[in-house]
Design a protein around this ligand. Structure first.
Ligand SMILES: NC(=O)c1ccc[n+]([C@@H]2O[C@H](COP(=O)([O-])OP(=O)(O)OC[C@H]3O[C@@H](n4cnc5c(N)ncnc54)[C@H](OP(=O)(O)O)[C@@H]3O)[C@@H](O)[C@H]2O)c1
Length: 253
């Protein structure tokens, strides 16, 4: 059966950062299963090679997104291999948990560098060929903590950087709206990954998370696929500058 054209991703060239684990690896599998040609970026080369071996036609590109030259190299290698970029998924991210009064300015800067500055550097590099082609979709993995504060899980730099990418999404979406390049974000709640090991291995914290979530549970990684496919595909052709919450209702209350 041929795929519904609204959600068809056959042969789309999709660059995914943070593809070495968690949400990024899950997104890469999801896009590859739908026939996309996935480009896998992160620092841990061996992890990328393992995933690439699983996904025929994928291209692993070791890349530290904190380095703007490496971001440009990722774009150049994708263009050399595939001739275009249809979708960029800005998923690489980091965090620091601890009270703001104890968080050093250097730590704060380090988180903002990966979660915000790198998103700008890579989006800017990837958008140029997209704008030349007059089509493209950028999806940034923000967080519900880009829409609301956390407090109970103190993370000033994370909340600041995720809030900033939500508004960067609005601004870039508006700037490129007439040029065929759409820019959107998703805002997940808690999903079990390396980043959230502390939360999921602490019974009290996990109970708190379930109590706070209207659906009463964490998300499953596959529950992000609907939003990731929708924003990448033609189904969202009139959607730009928006952030789609995938949070079991966390930001609804
Ligand atoms: N899990 C959740 O509950 C949750 C909720 C909301 C939002 N998010 C967001 O989802 C995204 C993915 O996180 P995750 O939960 O899947 O955690 P994860 O498993 O720890 O994945 C983080 C990914 O980012 C990559 N990364 C970090 N720094 C990088 C850098 N400088 N250059 C290139 N890649 C880098 C890591 O790869 P390398 O170490 O190999 O470089 C890794 O693949 C993040 O943006 C996170 O903020 C997660």
């Amino acid at each position: 059966m041929s795929p519904d054209p609204l959600f068809d991703l056959t042969d789309r060239v999709v660059v995914i950062t943070g593809a070495s684990s968690g949400i990024g690896a899950s997104a890469a599998r999801c896009y590859a299963e739908r026939g996309a040609r996935v480009v896998l970026a992160a620092r841990r080369k061996e992890r990328l090679d393992e995933l690439a071996a699983e996904l025929p036609g994928s291209l692993p590109v070791p890349c530290d997104v904190g380095d703007p030259a490496a971001c440009q190299d990722l774009v150049d290698r994708t263009l050399a291999e595939h001739g275009r970029i249809d979708v960029l998924v800005n998923n690489a991210g980091t965090h620091h948990i601890g009270p703001a009064e104890d968080e050093s300015v250097e730590t704060f800067r380090g988180v903002v560098d990966v979660n915000l500055n790198a998103v700008f550097a890579l989006t800017r590099a990837a958008a140029r060929p997209m704008l030349d082609a007059g089509r493209g979709s950028v999806i940034t993995v923000a967080s519900m903590f880009g829409l609301v504060g956390s407090g109970q899980v103190p993370q000033a730099s994370y909340a600041a950087s995720k809030g900033a990418v939500v508004n960067l999404t609005r601004e870039l979406g508006a700037q490129w709206a007439r040029r065929g390049v759409r820019v959107n974000a998703i805002a997940p709640a808690f999903f079990s990954t390396e980043m959230t090991t502390g939360m999921f291995s602490d019974e009290g914290a996990e109970r708190w998370m379930r109590r706070q979530t209207p659906m009463g549970r964490a998300g499953e990684l596959a529950e992000l696929h609907g939003a990731l496919v929708y924003l990448a595909a033609d189904a969202s052709s009139y959607v730009t500058g928006t952030t789609l919450s995938v949070d079991g209702g966390w930001t609804a209350v």
